[in-house]
Design a protein. Structure first.
Length: 56
């Protein structure tokens, strides 16, 4: 039973770290093309080195 408690605490801590990283980064989606690259996240969308914030 102790192993399940420790395992669940470790998984909860890992999920907290991952959700914080997801909210902080703009690299949720990365696309590479022959002439340009783009990436987007929750807070910004960047196309060919031009970044804009989505309208609320």
């Amino acid at each position: 039973m102790l192993g399940c408690s420790v395992g669940s605490c470790l998984l909860a801590a890992l999920s907290l770290v991952l959700i914080c990283m997801a909210l902080a980064t703009d690299y949720w989606l990365v696309a590479y093309g022959p002439h340009s690259a783009s990436h987007s996240g929750l807070w910004q969308v960047c196309l060919a080195d031009v970044c804009v914030s989505p309208a609320p």
